[in-house]
Structures are given as structure tokens and as C-alpha cells.
Design a protein. Structure first.
Length: 310
């Protein structure tokens, strides 16, 4: 009641009636500037819900008078970026892929785009630094199971490796010499000894000498008589120190006895051709990309033609 209200004499402000430990609270009014700002924010908030999407409905939300949405704004921004990139993307799509490295601007654009695509699609297997791991190739070196040219890498990306649902996939099958009963355990051990001598991992011995004969009879058809490998078959080079599954005796023995059958997804039905070409440029540029062999000209061409049966 009004007659019960007490007023603080020094300030002329009424007490609210709260008291704690001898301290009483005054009913001091809010500053006018604060009240103005508060009510302005209330008006602004209500106006916002009218002009912009705000109130949730069952399957959507109110569109607002302006019809603006963050998704539409993002789509517009992306469309502008794509329009800016379109000429470069078209140029990348139309150039002969083996000539792309000679065009510095297009190559750099492709590498930048490929780096982004790699982080999304490839890093899970080949690693953030593309160094790979056991069973997943290192993309930084110059050792290629298949063709390491721009054209070859693009083909691998499009068609994958050992994709059973795709006829154009890269395919190779190493016999399981132990599991299939082709060689005995002793013979496998001898072959492993010989293979390890090719890369200098083991000294020549009586076992490697026996393994050399077995290698010639069973392995040279794919890996070559000197162990240099064959990219047309996806047969690894056995003379270098690069091993996909390990160079120790146990790992090589497991490979010879049970074979390996690594699979790489094909990206031709998942990514657009330009993105695949950008990925190709990025992988090729990591350090180990090969250049295509020059086509024979003049006398070399005539000599090559004369060697053809006919």
C-alpha cells in the first residue's frame, strides 16, 4: 500500500522492501538510455521475424517478406565462384592431359583444385602427406605399379584397380604359390631369398641360387627376368627398396604364399572429369610423376616399323 512505502531520504528513491543483513534494496529506475535500447531491440526483433525467415513450421519456416535465405545466398555465391572458374575448368578439360604440365597457369590451377579433392577423397588411404602406409602406395616417390604418366594416373583414377563391377578397371592377379599348392614351403623360402637379393636386402646364398631357378620358371613372366617389373601388368619392381607390404622375410613370404589383392575405388562415376583431371595433376606433381615416352620419329620410326612382323 502507498502509505506503507518508505523512501530513502538521501536519494528520494523508494525501498522495495527487501532486506538482508541490515542492507535494504532501493527501487532505482533503469537509465532512460538503457530502456530506449531495450525497446529498440524488441522492435528490431519483431521486425526481423517479419522480414526474414524466423518462425518454424512443421516442414519448413516462414519465408519472410524479403524471401531471403542463407541457402539461397550460399548458392548464389557458389554460382558466382563457379562462373569465375568456368573458363579455367573448361581449358583444363579440353587440353591434352600430357601437355598440361607445360601450361603453368592451368597446371597450378589444377594442382590447387586437386589438393582440395585429395583431402576429401584420398587422404583416408594415402595419408595427409600422401606417404601411404602398408598396402597403400606412397604417392611421393617415383615407383609406380601402373603407368605413372598424367594419362596413366588419370586412367587409374577413373577406372580404379581391381573393381569387380567394372570391365575397364586395372586388373592383375598374382598366384598364391603356397595356398594354391604351386610351390612347397621350402621352394617359397628359396624364392624369397632370391627376391631379397635383388634389392640388396639379403646376401646371395645357396638358397637364393635355388630360388633364382624357381623365379625364372614362375615369376619372370610378370616381374621380368631381372625383376624390374612390368607396369602393363601392375607387376612391382623387385629391384628397388620400395615395398608395399614390407621387405622383411615374413612379409614377402606371406605375399608369395598367399598373394595380395589390393583394391582402389574407381572415381569415374563419383567425380566429374575436371575434378579427376585436377586430382591427376596433384598426384603427378607430388614428385614421382613420369613423363610419356617420346614417339619415334624419322629413322627410329622406320626401324620400328621394319621390326614389325608382316
Amino acid at each position: 500500500m502507498a502509505e506503507d512505502k518508505r523512501v530513502d531520504e538521501p536519494t528520494g528513491t523508494e525501498f522495495v522492501g527487501h532486506e538482508w543483513d541490515g542492507i535494504e534494496e532501493l527501487d532505482t529506475p533503469l537509465p532512460r538510455w538503457w530502456s530506449i535500447i531495450f525497446w529498440a531491440t524488441v522492435v528490431w526483433g519483431l521486425a526481423y521475424t517479419v522480414f526474414y525467415p524466423a518462425w518454424p513450421l512443421i516442414n519448413s519456416a516462414t519465408e519472410g517478406v524479403f524471401g531471403w535465405s542463407s541457402r539461397a545466398a550460399l548458392a548464389e555465391d557458389l554460382a558466382e565462384v563457379e562462373a569465375e572458374r568456368a573458363p579455367l575448368r573448361e581449358a583444363i578439360a579440353n587440353i591434352d592431359i600430357n601437355e598440361l604440365p607445360q601450361n603453368e597457369q592451368l597446371m597450378q590451377t589444377a594442382i590447387n583444385g586437386g589438393r582440395s579433392a585429395y583431402v576429401v577423397h584420398c587422404v583416408q588411404c594415402h595419408g595427409s602427406g600422401a606417404a601411404g602406409s602398408e598396402g597403400y602406395p606412397n604417392l611421393n616417390d617415383d615407383d609406380w605399379l601402373w603407368d605413372g604418366t598424367m594419362e596413366g594416373i588419370e586412367y587409374t583414377l577413373i577406372h580404379g584397380i581391381r573393381n569387380p563391377d567394372h570391365l575397364e578397371t586395372r586388373i592383375s592377379q598374382m598366384p598364391a604359390f603356397g595356398a594354391d599348392g604351386i610351390l612347397t614351403d621350402r621352394q617359397i623360402s628359396d624364392v624369397v631369398s632370391y627376391v631379397r637379393t635383388l634389392s640388396g636386402a639379403e646376401e646371395a646364398s645357396a638358397a637364393s641360387a635355388r630360388g633364382s631357378e624357381l623365379y625364372t620358371a614362375n615369376c619372370a613372366v610378370c616381374h621380368g627376368p631381372n625383376g624390374g617389373g612390368d607396369q602393363s601388368q601392375g607387376a612391382p619392381n623387385l629391384r628397388d627398396a620400395i615395398w608395399l607390404y614390407g621387405e622383411d622375410r615374413a612379409s614377402i613370404t606371406d605375399t608369395v604364399a598367399n598373394s595380395r589383392y589390393g583394391v582402389m575405388p574407381r572415381w569415374g562415376h563419383r567425380l566429374d572429369p575436371v575434378t579427376i583431371r585436377m586430382l591427376t595433376a596433384y598426384v603427378w606433381n607430388l614428385g614421382g610423376g613420369e613423363t610419356p615416352a617420346p614417339e619415334p620419329e624419322g629413322e627410329e620410326l622406320a626401324e620400328a616399323e621394319s621390326d614389325e612382323p608382316g
